[in-house]
Design a protein around this ligand. Structure first.
Ligand code: FAD
Ligand code: PHB
Length: 389
């Protein structure tokens, strides 16, 4: 079998890249380890930057997100019972869009299918060969049969635990990492959101986030211990703890219900450099991870896709390698800025187990500064709505 671009991983990065390239007549094959139901069952991101929505429109999958996505002109930050608002639209001219990653993926699956794209689920033992030559290839096992796919380029869109990054020899890459001493326990419930905008809550008991998917689907998170397990938290224990961490009026008006999903995500900052090795390009979580506090993971995956798509387009349409040669440099310049923002916002909002009284006071002073200083709010808003590509 042969294709132009072999894409490993059928998450949002791989699907979006495949669909965009298809629009330019560039052939791809997407190899996904999991079933479609498994990919769609993972509850993850919920906030989209304008850049991602624009890419979805360019890929021909923008109708539903424009119709059903909820524009949010700002967000609320609370500390104890104090609340203030960051007005994205007033400060930057741009809102963000609340629309679940599951829906983004669903739209992309539908479009790939309608276009007759090749997307294989349940592939095992994927290996990349010859990425440092002009004739790379990918082998994999499907239904017990070993298969071979030759291609011009390989896009490693296989997430943090994928094989693409590890294919780059250790002597040719550097990794930068920070692991945080806590996780997020998330609950999805068929209840109306507690507030019309997201609430990022700093409290003495730890961080909490009130988010949503639509008018009757809420997503809540609380900072938890790294050794907590979802089954250790009954629904009522979760709701009680959430109420203690958000301002009183919201705690009193919170409508609770049975959780329809409950999971724990550890928090990590991670970057690998470079994001290209020969004809292998890393994209999205395969190359970098951010803690979810700034809502940047999926959005940064999308900016990688933007740079890679345009580089490949330039290569196939104009015979110009400039875009792919500069892919890693351009993607990383933006990645490090979103890493910085996500690290800063995480540091501001969480209780660290080893935090000294001094550090705690500094954190409170910084929240107060953000509450009262327009320049600080503008910087926060510019990063949250998304830095330019
Ligand atoms: P993934 O979604 O991880 O997709 C990679 C795919 O590759 C997977 O489908 C996987 O099954 C497949 N794969 C892995 N290994 C192999 C292999 N060997 N062979 C074949 N296929 C393979 N981001 C935001 O922007 N905003 C948010 O609000 C936000 N909230 C989040 C909340 C939580 C709780 C979590 C966990 C994450 C959140 N994120 C958020 C991050 C976001 O979900 C990720 O950044 C995003 O999924 C990255 O997409 P991806 O396609 O690069 O990787
Ligand atoms: C979500 O709705 O899942 C979500 C929203 C904002 C974040 C992280 C997660 O910062």
């Amino acid at each position: 079998m042969r294709t132009q671009v072999a894409i490993i991983g059928g998450g949002p990065s791989g699907l979006l890249l495949s669909q965009l390239l298809h629009g330019r007549g560039i052939d791809t094959v997407v190899l996904e380890r999991q079933s479609r139901a498994h990919v769609l069952g993972r509850i993850r991101a919920g906030v989209l930057e304008r850049g991602l929505v624009d890419l979805m429109i360019e890929a021909g999958v923008g109708d539903r997100v424009q119709r059903e996505g909820i524009p949010h002109d700002g967000t609320v930050i609370s500390h104890g019972d104090e609340m203030f608002r960051i007005d994205f639209t007033a400060l930057t001219g741009q809102p963000v869009t609340v629309y679940g990653q599951t829906e983004v993926t669903r739209d992309l699956y539908a479009a790939r299918e309608a276009a007759g794209g090749t997307l294989m689920h349940g592939v095992e033992s994927v290996e990349i060969q010859g990425a440092d030559t002009d004739t790379p290839s990918v082998s994999y096992t499907l239904d017990g049969q070993r298969q071979h796919l030759s291609c011009d380029f390989v896009a490693g869109c296989d997430g943090f635990h994928g094989i693409s990054r590890k294919t780059i020899p250790e002597t040719a890459r550097r990794e930068f990492e920070k692991v945080y001493p806590f996780g997020w326990l998330g609950v999805l419930s068929e209840t109306p959101p507690v507030h019309e905008e997201l609430i990022y809550a700093n409290s003495e008991r730890g961080f909490a986030l009130c988010s949503m998917r639509n008018a009757n689907l809420s997503r809540y998170y609380i900072q938890c211990r790294l050794d907590d397990r979802p089954e250790d938290w009954s629904d009522s224990a979760f709701w009680d703890e959430l109420r203690r961490r958000i301002p009183k009026p919201q705690a009193e008006s919170l409508i609770t219900g049975p959780s329809i999903e409950k999971s724990i995500a550890p928090l990590r900052s991670f970057v690998t450099e470079p994001m290209r090795w020969g004809r292998l390009f890393l994209c999205g979580d395969a190359a970098h991870i951010v803690p979810p506090t700034g809502a940047k993971g999926l959005n940064t995956a999308a900016s990688d896709v933007h740079y890679l798509y345009n580089g490949l387009r330039q290569f196939y349409e104009d015979g110009d390698s400039e875009g792919i040669n500069r892919y890693s440099e351009k993607a990383l310049a933006r990645v490090w800025k979103t890493e910085r923002f996500s690290w800063w916002f995480s540091k501001l909002m969480h209780r660290f187990p080893d935090q000294s009284e001094f550090e705690h006071k500094i954190q409170l002073a910084e929240i107060d500064f953000l509450r009262s200083n327009t320049a600080a709010q503008t910087a926060m808003a510019q990063n949250y709505v998304g830095l330019p590509y």
